[in-house]
Design a protein around this ligand. Sequence first.
Ligand SMILES: Cc1cc2nc3c(=O)[nH]c(=O)nc-3n(C[C@H](O)[C@H](O)[C@H](O)COP(=O)(O)OP(=O)(O)OC[C@H]3O[C@@H](n4cnc5c(N)ncnc54)[C@H](O)[C@@H]3O)c2cc1C
Ligand SMILES: *[C@@H]1O[C@H](CO)[C@@H](O)[C@H](O)[C@H]1NC(C)=O
Ligand SMILES: *[C@@H]1O[C@H](CO)[C@@H](O)[C@H](O)[C@H]1NC(C)=O
Ligand SMILES: *[C@@H]1O[C@H](CO)[C@@H](O)[C@H](O)[C@H]1NC(C)=O
Ligand SMILES: *[C@@H]1O[C@H](CO)[C@@H](O)[C@H](O)[C@H]1NC(C)=O
Ligand SMILES: *[C@@H]1O[C@H](CO)[C@@H](O)[C@H](O)[C@H]1NC(C)=O
Ligand SMILES: *[C@@H]1O[C@H](CO)[C@@H](O)[C@H](O)[C@H]1NC(C)=O
Length: 430
Amino acid sequence: MKFLWTVTSCAWAVHAGALRACGTCCTRLQRELGSKVSSPGQPAYNATEDSYWSLQEAGLRPGCILRPSTAQDVARAVSIIGTVDGCNFAIKGQGHAPAAGFANIDGGVTIDMTGLNSTVLNADQSVVSVGAGASWLRVYQYLDPFNVSVAGGRNGLVGVGGLTVGGGISHFSPRVGWACDNVVNFERGAVFQAFTDIVSSPDFDIYTSLVAGFLYNSTSKTWLISNSAVYTRPVLDPPVFAELAAVPSISNSSQLTSLAALADEAATPPLNWLFATATFKPSVEFMQEIFDILNSTFYSFNPEGGVVWDIAFEPLPSVMLSYAAKTGGNILGVQPEDGNSYIMLLSALWPNSASNAAVEKVSRQALAAIEARAKAEGLLRGFQYLNYAAPYQTPLASYGAENLEFLREVRRKYDPLQVFQKRVPGGFKL
Ligand SMILES: Cc1cc2nc3c(=O)[nH]c(=O)nc-3n(C[C@H](O)[C@H](O)[C@H](O)COP(=O)(O)OP(=O)(O)OC[C@H]3O[C@@H](n4cnc5c(N)ncnc54)[C@H](O)[C@@H]3O)c2cc1C
Ligand SMILES: *[C@@H]1O[C@H](CO)[C@@H](O)[C@H](O)[C@H]1NC(C)=O
Ligand SMILES: *[C@@H]1O[C@H](CO)[C@@H](O)[C@H](O)[C@H]1NC(C)=O
Ligand SMILES: *[C@@H]1O[C@H](CO)[C@@H](O)[C@H](O)[C@H]1NC(C)=O
Ligand SMILES: *[C@@H]1O[C@H](CO)[C@@H](O)[C@H](O)[C@H]1NC(C)=O
Ligand SMILES: *[C@@H]1O[C@H](CO)[C@@H](O)[C@H](O)[C@H]1NC(C)=O
Ligand SMILES: *[C@@H]1O[C@H](CO)[C@@H](O)[C@H](O)[C@H]1NC(C)=O
């Protein structure tokens, strides 16, 4: 039945090739995305058709309409569409572009983005993260109780996606510019913001285990975001991750699981690896600077066999440092009074051992540039986490002069012949 409808609607397409393509395309989408895909005559199909602002646009008849509910749905749909020759598609926000064909299509696929409408304000109320399919009215209604607003459409029925991509003239524009000038970032910046909000919260949620990661592939010259957000209580969608989950490009693979299942990661293939580390005070702007330094350092570097850079940011919240006192303290030299920080782990992985020296050199350059910037801006913490430190770093000295002296006293007492200092060449020495 569904298939028949699809074929009927495809009769709108002019030639046989398009007809075949459209049938195949909609059938495949239906198979993969189920009820998120609707066909002519179905209520969901009509709802989208009836939501266009202009009659010309509403008059077009796509073969099927997809209403994605996650960014992952969009990615899957686009990859399916990409594999079917002659399968064309349109993207619809709130449907306010009047010209026929801008956000609808005859005989192809229309992707109606309006389900991607999550709206979340960050902790210090400086940034709102909005799904690409939202309407401005809903955004304003959400923000009103907080007494804050945002530069968006004057007519609330207009879409966030279309207005912002085109520029966007707001009531506030004489004060703040085009709506698009006020977009902090379409996705990557939103991750930095969400991470910084979590890290800098004075009430850091102790059930939060978070790693925000960025990978750069020197062969494809592409960056990829890869976050791991774990909550150590059986709660799906805890509020602490709401801002991160609202970043449109982040797909949700949330599940409740056991620690054993979670820790049972696939072993990595044999590769060369390196680690290096630094610790910083929270700052969204500085995370962006780190990213820019890494990108400009790595961009032109592509050793034979390629290298993947994996940069991970992990919270080092004050509360995590407060437990040491209960068991007599530790030697690491970081104190709860220092406030919340985060640790950067810079890793590289590469197959070709002939590139070792070159990769190490570039990683060192990147780390030095980042540390210099952080120092200049007063954001560098002295702490170097030993398990992430490169051989040329000095994590033991980073514990502070007093702690280092204490370790040396212990050495003098228990290892007077310096067996562990001199006969064990690996690792960090006192
Ligand atoms: C009544 C009315 C009032 C308006 N008021 C204002 C105003 O105050 N200020 C102003 O600057 N403009 C205004 N406009 C113009 C408006 O900005 C544009 O029409 C805008 O393109 C509408 O966006 P939309 O998402 O509603 O429309 P749609 O027709 O759904 O989309 C418009 C275009 O953007 C593309 N698009 C939409 N979402 C995405 C996405 N997520 N990814 C990629 N592409 C996407 C679509 O493919 C389409 O080509 C107004 C228009 C109308 C009809
Ligand atoms: C959808 O709209 C068509 C007219 O365009 C109408 O014939 C049909 O009954 C509608 N279907 C539903 C389920 O409302
Ligand atoms: C998002 O869209 C759904 C379905 O159209 C709607 O019910 C909901 O109110 C919208 N939420 C926001 C915040 O706009
Ligand atoms: C918003 O402003 C109004 C009017 O000034 C005030 O009554 C209200 O308490 C404010 N709300 C918040 C959340 O600050
Ligand atoms: C890097 O990109 C290249 C080219 O796209 C690809 O072949 C390779 O598998 C990627 N490497 C990794 C580790 O993802
Ligand atoms: C994420 O997926 C889980 C399980 O599939 C679901 O229960 C949860 O509501 C989803 N969360 C969001 C924010 O979409
Ligand atoms: C990385 O740097 C290159 C070269 O300067 C630039 O073209 C590219 O846009 C940058 N990428 C990002 C994601 O900033």
